[in-house]
Design a protein around this ligand. Structure first.
Ligand code: PLP
Length: 387
């Protein structure tokens, strides 16, 4: 079959490999994907129904409804230290589509993107689809769990074909959160070397302690070569809606807008109307959701830390426990074994890059009791066998 080699060579997701084994089995606790168990809040769903009823069913602006762009700009201006103007906002059909648009805009065949890893595998795939090289640079694992960014190593990985640096914070899968100082240092590097910075901040509101995680939007100038990727999926429980947005420099906006035309021709009009309501009225929901995740995080981490084979630190953001299991060298095989023996579905660490081998990722965006039961079931696998 004659198709592009870049597409033929894409490998299927290892997360999907596990979920395919347990999907549809009611006895399985599915903690493999990155989403919570709460449906979209009714006030957002009702706004979508009302928009449908009101006839918002036609083609619309490629860059997004002006009212939604203004709402997003105002939201970000209130959340971060520097204002965002609506001329920098592009509504996308999910963060995934946003990532693909970024890759289409920046990556020629043979270019590379330097990516802080372990990382959600779809990001590397978006670079590969364009014939580019995703160049993963590992966070340093700290002795008690936890992760540290080595900026010098990140910079050393850049060469003449590097188009930019990609950072996802709060991170899927590690829960690592970049500091304001590190953001400042990366901005300085990008300015100095003429590189793009791509910041995936889809978990920016899922942090434990503050209203939002440190953002590149706190420090960057509008003209900086910065693209921030965001989504309605995580903060407002809207994964199935496929709605997100990009924040870009004003002069990049028309370029990406052209690509929106040829990818999706704009996001569904009635969903965008509901997006306005989500942002405007969604703060109480976000606060409740994050409090629930926090309780589940503490249950998960306390229970995992009590297992002798496990090393894990309490993540500062996102909703994953990414834990190392002593002696595990094939996390995919371990995830399959755990699914078969305990009926707990988790993602293998190797799905997030070679540095994730030996780890498992458990999504804890659940009722804390469900998480407690899942770790209980797993416990025999996480202890050393008795002599
Ligand atoms: C880091 C990261 N970026 C982007 C996405 C995709 O979000 P969306 O549902 O808007 O495509 C995910 C989803 O898991 C994610 O973990």
């Amino acid at each position: 079959m004659q198709i592009r080699s870049a597409i033929r060579d894409l490998s299927a997701s290892r997360i999907a490999e596990i979920s395919a084994l347990g999907m549809g089995d009611p006895t399985v606790v599915p903690l493999w994907y990155g989403e919570g168990d709460l449906p979209t809040p009714a006030f957002i769903a009702d706004a979508a129904s009302a928009a449908l009823g009101a006839g918002h069913t036609f083609y619309t602006y490629k860059a997004g409804l002006p009212e939604l762009r203004a709402t997003i700009a105002e939201y970000q201006s209130g959340l971060y230290a520097r204002p965002t103007g609506p001329e920098r906002i592009l509504v996308t059909s999910s963060a995934m589509t946003g990532l693909m648009l970024v890759s289409q805009t920046l990556i020629d065949a043979g270019d590379n993107l330097v990516i802080v890893a372990p990382v959600w595998p779809n990001i590397t795939a978006a670079v590969s689809v364009m014939g580019g090289e995703p160049r993963l640079v590992a966070l340093d694992p700290l002795p008690g769990g936890g992760w540290r960014l080595d900026i010098e190593r990140l910079v050393a990985a850049c060469d003449g074909r590097t188009r930019g640096i990609f950072v996802n914070s709060p991170s899927n899968p590690t829960g690592w959160v970049i500091s304001s100082e590190e953001i400042g240092a990366l901005l300085a590097v990008a300015r100095d070397r003429g590189l793009w910075l791509i910041a995936d901040e889809v978990y920016g509101r899922i942090v434990y302690g503050n209203r939002a995680a440190p953002s590149f939007l706190d420090q960057a100038e509008p003209e900086d070569r910065l693209i921030v990727v965001n989504s309605f999926s995580k903060s407002w429980a809207m994964t199935g809606w496929r709605l997100g947005w990009l924040t870009v420099p004003p002069d990049l906006h028309p370029q990406v807008e052209k690509l929106v035309e040829f990818n999706t021709s704009g996001s569904p009009t009635f969903l965008q109307h509901a997006g306005i309501v989500a942002i405007r009225d969604g703060e109480d929901f976000i606060a409740e959701f994050v409090a629930r995740c926090r309780a589940a995080r503490d249950v998960a981490i306390d229970a995992l830390q009590a297992c002798r084979r496990v090393t894990v630190a309490r993540p500062a953001g996102a909703f994953y426990a990414f834990f190392r299991i002593d002696g595990v060298t094939d996390s995919l095989a371990f995830a399959k074994q755990a699914l078969a023996q305990t009926k707990v579905g988790m993602a293998p660490g190797s799905a997030f890059g070679p540095m994730g081998e030996g780890y498992l990722r458990m999504c804890f965006a659940r009722d804390p009791q469900v998480v407690a039961d899942a770790v209980d079931r797993l416990r025999p696998l996480l202890e050393y066998p008795s002599p």
